[in-house]
Design a protein around this ligand. Structure first.
Ligand code: FDA
Length: 389
């Protein structure tokens, strides 16, 4: 089979790229259906972009790399596309846009675009034995034990990262990069819950609290969720991208409350009130009960000196916790790291030293915050490549 462009991986980036590439396009995926991560994303409603998307919300060894693609295909461009397909959406919080009805609408939109562009979509198909030829690339397709040789003038790797292997994630893009001499940065699970020894927070499982979580010098003000195995919730997932093994994370449980001022005022007005009962007006009762034994919180307000109240509040606002690890790729939303951006053109995603070879989406060392940024990178990097193909 001879095609102009072969795209491996029919996820967000691969579909977007195939839908906008001219010429004969072959899109290959080993899964039964395209866009499986889109389907399960955002609790089934797909947080497809973020109103505040910009380079500040991405991690990469080269923080400038994502700028060009993000600027040339923006969140407004994708919103426009979604609007043109009459998909209704809403802003949930912090600029995060979700489908009103279902993530399946985004997949249906992309499938429609693929069809309109005459893309040949080959599912339940593996691609292997990639080789460079004078005219482009050659590789083997295998479907139902039947193999076929493909010659493609251009090859786009869009197989994503390693997160959720159960859903078919593989490191194929990294392997192909390595085979063709492109460096791959260290990869690790990101946007992932923390685990703690001995199920330290098991008694608090299910308790959620607004918090500021800081790791690696970066803070996030969002919900923190205690789980059987450790900590989760948006603030924790965000911080996990900046965390490294054996480091502590700092949790501020009272980022927007003047608890010290409140407790002092109440002590003056009604000192016979119990300290923990008063704290439970600001924090979930189960959390206060847990902290009461950790911080030895006993007695009435009148029993507490200014220093004691101040110490308690400091412990709540500057709680140092050292996770034993993370839940790993099993539950991580994304993979941090990937194909080294130094080896790619920021304008087209083409390998600088291997003309015709492109890497897009999560496979590249560009990782977004939680909140629709990773899909926007998939759309933007896909369009950067598609416009040059
Ligand atoms: P993606 O992973 O989407 O696609 C890769 C494709 O390649 C898959 O179809 C896979 O089957 C295929 N493939 C892999 N290896 C292959 C091989 N060897 N041969 C053939 N095919 C192969 N982001 C966001 O912005 N908003 C959100 O709401 C969410 N929610 C979310 C929830 C959950 C549970 C997860 C796991 C992730 C998210 N994300 C997210 C992250 C987002 O899903 C992710 O960043 C994008 O899907 C990345 O798009 P890609 O196209 O690069 O990879």
């Amino acid at each position: 089979m001879q095609v102009d462009t072969a795209i491996i991986g029919a996820g967000a980036a691969g579909m977007m790229c195939a839908a906008h590439t001219i010429g004969r396009v072959l899109l290959v995926d080993h899964a039964r259906a395209p866009g499986e991560k889109i389907r399960i994303s955002g609790g089934g409603r797909c947080n497809f972009t973020n109103l505040h998307c910009g380079p500040h919300a991405f991690l990469s060894a080269n923080p400038h790399f994502a700028k060009s693609a993000l600027a040339r295909y923006t969140q407004w461009d994708f919103i426009d596309l979604v609007d043109r397909h009459r998909i209704t959406w809403h802003e949930k919080t912090l600029g995060q846009l979700f489908c009103d009805t279902s993530a399946k609408e985004i997949i249906a939109m992309l499938r429609e675009l693929l069809q309109q562009n005459g893309v040949d979509l080959s599912l339940q198909t593996t691609a292997s034995d990639f080789a460079k030829t004078p005219d482009g690339f050659e590789f083997t397709l295998t479907r139902d034990s039947v193999t076929q040789q493909v010659c493609a003038r251009r090859l786009v790797m869009a197989t994503g990262g390693k997160s959720i292997p159960k859903m078919g994630a593989t490191g194929l893009a990294y392997d192909v990069a390595t085979q063709f001499g492109l460096p791959v940065t260290d990869t690790r699970p990101a946007l992932v819950p923390f685990t703690f020894p001995q199920e330290r927070f098991a008694g608090l499982a299910g308790v959620s609290v607004p918090a500021r979580v800081t790791a690696g010098g970066q803070s996030f003000d969002e919900a923190l969720l205690f789980t059987h195995r450790g900590l989760s919730g948006p603030a924790v997932l965000q911080a996990s991208s900046y965390w490294r093994e054996s480091e502590a994370v700092t949790v501020n449980l009272i980022p927007h409350i003047d608890l010290l001022g409140d407790l002092r005022t109440r002590r003056a007005a009604s000192g016979r009130r119990n300290l923990t009962t008063e704290m439970a007006t600001a924090l979930p009762t189960r959390l206060v009960d847990h902290l009461a034994s950790d911080l030895n919180l006993t007695g009435n307000l009148a029993d507490q000196s200014d220093k004691r109240l101040s110490d308690v509040c400091t412990q709540l606002s500057d709680w140092h916790l050292t996770p034993s690890g993370t839940e790993g790729y099993r539950t991580a939303e994304v993979t941090l790291g990937g194909v080294d951006t130094n080896a790619l053109s920021a304008k087209t995603m083409e390998a600088k030293n291997v003309p015709g070879l492109f890497f897009i989406g999560e496979a590249v060392d560009v990782t977004g915050w939680l909140g629709g940024y990773n899909f926007q990178w998939a759309w933007s990097s896909a369009m950067a490549a598609a416009r040059s193909l």
